[in-house]
Design a binder for this molecule. Structure first.
Ligand code: DQA
Length: 148
């Protein structure tokens, strides 16, 4: 049976490709989803891929993942720097969590240097562009393989 992994995306990532392309690139979120699905098949993972501009939806998907998934990759976008609620939800999830940022948040404004999510994440990928999502899936697959 395929191992289910959630890929969650926070606010404004629906505008990927149109939004500040000098920072986030020209790929759309649909492109990212397509590439993640292709890689997931290769890695023997089943995928749920979601984006929301609403904090509660991200939290509800994390709760759903608690029941069904064995790994989670999350680009919490601006919620990274603000949301204790997303951190609390992730703290209820007992499998690998990888935090993804398309840009190198450490090279940017100081308010982006703090991440609540990093207090829970098993790994953090930043500044690798949209490739970061694929690196996260590879990392989760390897962590799951090792835990077998
Ligand atoms: C981001 C970085 C965040 O600081 C920002 O709020 C985003 C995207 C990234 O992928 O680089 O929306 O998470």
């Amino acid at each position: 049976m395929s191992r289910l992994v959630y890929v969650l995306n926070g606010p404004n990532l629906n505008l990927l490709g149109k939004r500040q392309p000098h920072i986030y690139g020209h790929e759309t979120l649909a492109d990212v989803e397509r590439d993640c699905r292709a890689l997931a098949t290769e890695l023997g993972l089943a995928l749920r891929f979601h984006q929301s501009n609403r904090e509660y939806e991200i939290i509800d998907w994390i709760h759903e993942a608690r029941e069904t998934a064995c790994g989670l990759a999350i680009n919490p976008a601006a919620f990274t720097h603000t949301s204790v609620a997303v951190l609390d939800a992730l703290n209820t999830f007992n499998h690998p969590v990888i935090e993804v940022h398309i840009s190198n948040v450490h090279k940017r404004e100081e308010f982006r240097h703090k991440s609540f999510v990093s207090l829970r994440a098993d790994g953090v990928i930043a500044g690798c562009g949209t490739l970061g999502y694929q690196l996260a899936l590879r990392c989760i697959a390897q962590l799951l393989d090792r835990a077998k």
